[in-house]
Design a protein around this ligand. Sequence first.
Ligand SMILES: *Cc1c(COP(=O)(O)O)cnc(C)c1O
Length: 465
Amino acid sequence: MSAITNHMPTAELQALDAAHHMHPFTTNDALETRGARVITRAEGVYLTDSEGNSILDGMAGLWCMNIGYGRKEMAEVAARQMMELPYYNTFFMTTHVPAIALSQEIAKLTPGDLNHVFFASSGSEANDTNIRMVRTYWAEKGHPGKSHIISRKNAYHGSSVGSGSLGGMSFMHAQGGLPIPGIHHINQPDWWGEGGEMSPQDFGIARARELENKILELGEDKVAAFIAEPVQGAGGVIVPPDSYWPEIQRICDAYDILLIADEVICGFGRTGTWFGSETMGVRPHIMTIAKGLSSGYQPIGGSVVCDEVAEVIGATEFNHGYTYSGHPVAAAVAMENLRILQEEKIVDRVGSIGAPALKAGLEQLVDHPLVGGLSIKGMMASLPLTPHKESRAKFAAEPGTVGYICRERCFANNLVMRHVGDRMIVSPPLVIEPEDIDVLVARARRALDETYTELKRQDLLKAAA
Ligand SMILES: *Cc1c(COP(=O)(O)O)cnc(C)c1O
């Protein structure tokens, strides 16, 4: 299994990787001059690379490794399921026990009457399902014109044509003809970056009212749904002001539109409760789930749908599905993940121990000259970097220049932190222990100090005009 890893020097692996492997969200040519870091194994919250370095994973893989690496039960369940039934589909009036068990378990865990699951293998696929599902819902109810979907700038909902259109990342829309028609984007509730002189609470209300204005502009009879992450993840861990979600809920209640909560990151404990919708106090009609559903041990996602929407969709043939919808191995592994999360009280521990410890740790970094603040909810956090704290100034350099330098200094200090523009992101496995949070903070401080030195050297400590 690990023959390649064990017998090839890192440089050779990197050369092969650059020659044949096209990486996502990467300038692939850059891999030829500077090889990718080769990760060979992982245990708990630590990764090991091909040079034997032990790296603290402050990003939980890509926001997904909730229960931590190396859980043998997960491998055993996968092996058992592969022996018993490695694959069967759920099309054409067939089903199997793993899909039955997992959908029931998800229905139990999700709030309200979110009782029905349409499976996919990823968050992107699940959001594509959602586009077709909400449009089909309104068409079946006799309102085929209610087809427009409102989302937000700088949202992330996936990278397929549909989900990438729902997302509001302009650099993604710039390639490949996105967005598809009928998707609209309002501004995000990013007070730190865009709030100017307004108070956070006034700003939260103002940004929520943009939804109402957009509904009125398009016409209530044209709008199918609003989609949002309870807390934006890939956009830079943007925790909305407290005033934002209650106002969004009021608007969704006042107008006849469906609310889709994209819980791909927030779901399964990340924000300190089971779902971000609970943390933020919202009642979605549909939830998108993936990532933490299986802690990344298998690719699986889905749409969790309320009774009323499921009933309307269920009355017709919904001409949609994926070969691997409800894949038995992925479903069995997800089921084991949910067992571990519940029996080991991992979500409760995030609320009572993990999140307060992470907050206390990261707060120590706020006095650093480069750190402009701390945005945190549960176990997802960001530290915006700034040349001038008081004014929340942005750097004169191209956005992301400073964040990239800091990410490289983190890597060099055996810490994975991601950068989104000039914000540094922390989102560790939920099982991280307080002593490892101390390691994380110490490595992050060293990386910030080195970043500061490097910015001075390159004369980059300048604010944008
Ligand atoms: C990662 C992510 C997705 C896309 O999930 P994939 O499994 O990468 O397709 C969708 N929504 C949110 C909020 C995400 O963070």
